[in-house]
Ligand binder design. Structure first.
Ligand SMILES: [Zn+2]
Ligand SMILES: [Zn+2]
Length: 515
């Protein structure tokens, strides 16, 4: 069996892995976001008609978003996924179709005027409808026999329905981590433990980061929200509509229990698909963590606060423009589209606005530019000055951090090869280094690289042939001295980077002791 990495190699987005056995399969077929966005237009580097089935780990668009394009180009096989993943895909794909349609109309109005050729959307409702008919729901933990391979979905505790995947073929076992949640994720509980594999294709979104603890994150969110309310401006929370928005609503509920006056602050979940997504969460609440299930059991819906309104139609969304205060949760999470743009355009220039980022911001996105401190940004064709207070809360992440990832790899009892994907290069490198320090074998594949999965060994050398540890240590300590005598920014980014560095150094020193 052979695997080729047609996405999420050297970057986070665009997950798409081609497996070639007796038949051809795809694990995920997601869109590229941020700086590689234009890749979505490129033709697939394989023939969609030859793919027997797509095995989909979860609904996030960077894993599922090119499936309707695959269908448009002739794919007719089955799509295996969990029930909630299927329901979430329909909502996300139809929303994508709507956004693409608006974007194409805008571009074509321009192109008509300038005499350029007209463009087409990546896909339309028609392909979404066709793709929906190809889904085969698969429950967690059941083995499915696809003749030449067997597969089993395991709960990865990342978003509702998200899975790691075990795949067997001719005596070789491959595990795809999918996107993995933190150990004890507030929303989905604990990721499944998998104990053996020959190859583990593992994500590394936060391979170089440690999240703050749950307690720290909650108190950080609490102080940011309380502080922002004092400014009497709007509080904008750009959020992924799936999972993160529900988490934010739940955290706001907990805060309201602690500070009852918060029940007077209006909260809006401004998203055309927000209501539907939340309904999927309510319907499958048995798959959520014990902490969340407990509320449902007591008859309390953690996603329905008394002062919370779901704004579905554009008119409902516009109706809050005139309000001076209030908390607005809106997509998209990285500010690449959606209603958050409209709220940013109208409020980012005001000093009493607070923007709270609660999720990952990929390189090249508007969200990343704001987080990176740009003084002016372009939103919907207008230049906007950034005067709002910007906050980043990374602890709400639905992704494992470095120590969670390491812990997950340690459940594997045998000695699998870890193939590191789904991360920016420095994150994948950091994870690779820490795993190698623990004696594990790792590879970081590049885009379109293939691996022969029958070999079960790494061809490339594990460590560079010549190395000078003495001068490396000199350099390290000189940096530590320099840092102590200079003013280091007191922010989360710096803290996390230093924490990661400390973690790595500690690993090396412990290793020294045990040798
Ligand atoms: Zn994901
Ligand atoms: Zn992902």
């Amino acid at each position: 069996m052979k695997i080729t990495f047609y996405g999420a190699a050297g970057e986070v987005t665009g997950s798409c892995y081609l497996l070639e056995n007796n038949f051809k399969y795809l694990v995920d077929c997601g869109i590229f976001q941020g700086k590689s966005e234009r890749e979505n237009e490129s033709p697939f580097l394989f023939d969609p008609k030859e793919i027997k089935a797509v095995i989909l780990t979860h609904a996030h668009l960077d894993h599922s978003g090119r499936i309707p394009k695959l269908v448009k180009e002739g794919f007719k096989g089955k799509i295996y996924a969990t029930y909630p993943t299927i329901e979430l895909c329909e909502i996300l794909w139809l929303d994508t179709v709507k956004l693409m349609k608006e974007e194409v109309e805008r571009i074509n109005r321009k192109n008509l005027r300038s005499g350029k050729p007209l463009v087409e959307p990546l896909y339309t409702e028609k392909e979404v409808e066709m793709a929906m008919k190809l889904f085969e729901p698969v429950p967690y933990d059941e083995v499915v026999d696809l003749s030449d391979i067997k597969i089993r979905f395991r709960d990865s505790a990342h978003i509702l329905g998200a899975s790691s995947l075990e795949l067997w073929s001719d005596g070789t076992k491959i595990v795809f981590s999918g996107d993995i949640g933190p150990q004890n994720n507030v929303m989905e509980g604990q990721p499944s433990i998998i104990e053996g594999a020959d190859y583990v294709i593992i994500e590394s979104t936060y391979g170089d980061r440690l999240h703050k603890s749950l307690e720290e994150t909650r108190s950080e969110f609490e102080s940011v929200v309380l502080d922002a309310i004092k400014s009497q401006g709007k509080i904008l929370i750009p959020s992924f509509v799936v999972d993160r928005a529900q988490r934010v609503m739940y955290e706001l509920m907990l805060l309201t229990y602690k500070y009852p006056f918060l029940s007077k602050v209006p909260i809006f979940f401004d998203s055309p698909m927000g209501k539907k997504v939340t309904e999927v969460y309510e319907k499958h609440s048995n798959l959520l963590s014990g902490e969340i299930q407990k509320y449902f059991l007591e008859g309390i819906n953690p996603f329905e606060l008394k002062n919370l309104r779901y704004l579905v139609t554009p008119d409902e969304s516009k109706s809050i423009n005139e309000l001076d205060t209030g908390i607005i949760i809106a997509g998209s999470g990285m500010c690449t589209g959606g209603r958050i743009l409209h709220h940013l355009k109208h409020n980012l220039w005001k000093e009493n606005t607070h923007v709270i980022f609660v999720g990952y911001q990929a390189e090249g996105t508007l969200g990343r530019r704001i987080v990176d401190g740009e003084k002016t940004v372009h939103i919907m064709g207008e230049e906007i000055t950034v005067r709002a207070k910007i906050h980043t809360i990374n602890g709400f992440s639905a992704h494992a951090d470095q120590s969670d990832l390491v812990k997950w790899t340690e459940y594997f009892k045998n000695d699998p090869i870890f193939v590191i994907v789904h991360g920016e290069p420095k994150a994948s490198q950091a994870l690779s280094q820490i795993l190698q320090l623990k004696g594990k074998r790792t590879i970081i594949p590049s885009y379109a690289q293939s691996l022969d999965l029958e070999k079960k060994e790494i061809v490339a050398p594990k460590v560079a042939p010549s190395f000078d540890i003495e001068s490396l240590l000199e350099e390290l300590s000189s940096y530590a001295v320099k840092l102590k005598s200079s003013t280091v920014p007191q922010d989360l980014e710096t803290y996390s980077l230093l924490k990661s560095a400390l973690h790595l150094l500690k690993e090396v020193s412990d290793r020294g002791k045990s040798l």
